[in-house]
Design a protein around this ligand. Sequence first.
Ligand code: TXA
Ligand code: MG
Length: 358
Amino acid sequence: MTRLVTVDPNHPDTSIIADAARVLVSGGLVAFPTETVYGVGANALDAAAVEAIFRAKGRPATDPVIVHLASVEQVHDVARRVPAIVYDLARAFWPGALTLILEKQPCLPPSVTAGLPTVGVRVPAHPVAHQLIARAGVPVAAPSANRFSRPSATRAVHVLADLDGVIDLVIDGGPASIGVESTILDLTVSPPVIRRSGGVTLSHIQHILPEATALAEFFGDHDVHLAPGQSLRHYAPRAALTLYIGQVDDIALRVGADVRAAVAAGSRVGVLSPEEDLMALAPRLAALGRTGRVVTMRYGARRKLDESAHELFLALRALDAEGVDLILASAPEADGIGLAITDRLTRAAEGRVVRLHR
Ligand code: TXA
Ligand code: MG
């Protein structure tokens, strides 16, 4: 049985937090909101509890889990030989959407880090996450609260859709504000490299750590150097998704033609695009609208990419619920948070990416 409790995201009821903390400390699994996405947490020092997360998610044992802390002082409980730069980064970005890869403490169960000698740590900013971890008094291992390979959960209903019956408790604290996962910065290599783009951008990090590098510059375009687990099928809706990257006019031409061809071939098609793309596509899809074979889903806007990030996983799950056969998604050529959006959609597309260059 999974219990669901609802809290005020900014002022969660302390008795609910205390109860959830007891579940964690006694080896249970608790899903909770963070500012990036919902996480499903277990006591990171309890090997059996951590293994239960892997079972609940259907997650392969090769995919390490991020350890969530209440403050930077707690880093030493799970990491050793912590470099001084951690404190500068913590001052700038913690609590917040940045995960740091450090050398792990031997006391941490190997399942947390998938047997790696390193550990990912983050101090989340969401008051519910923060108060839960502080109250539990233990580091909390928490992957995103979705079944493995599914779009991450940004609402409590998404958590229940994927994990009802296999975890103990879900704390509903409303929608996750950022909507894509934390940025992962590996400090165990030189120069430090971003292994997953996310809520904190490279240029933000470079203010504190100028030598920090994007993955592509560090290794070339080789997928194998992403964070482990990231190169697998990920964030994927049930329908096969194709991603188109380019400018609005080119997207309208190409996606418009591809939607018409897919409908002619008998498919129900979902179109997942920022507002500007949908506006440009509208006249091209007008005739098809009456067939009921095209479902359009907006995720934010090119001029408001924060909104796009916030709505991305919600929109993917909503298109799935529509039961479309195919999804044609579009995204701008982007940097900043746009990089995280394109990254997630590229993985959801499992390589079906069409780049429309001028
Ligand atoms: O925003 C987030 O980071 C969310 C919330 C819940 O905090 N969590 C999250 O966890 O995205 P998850 O399990 O979906 O992604 C964790 C990823 C792993 O797939 C892996 O790529 C990377 O973090 N990771 C964790 N530990 C690592 C390590 N020691 N070395 C390299 N990568 C690691
Ligand atoms: Mg995940």
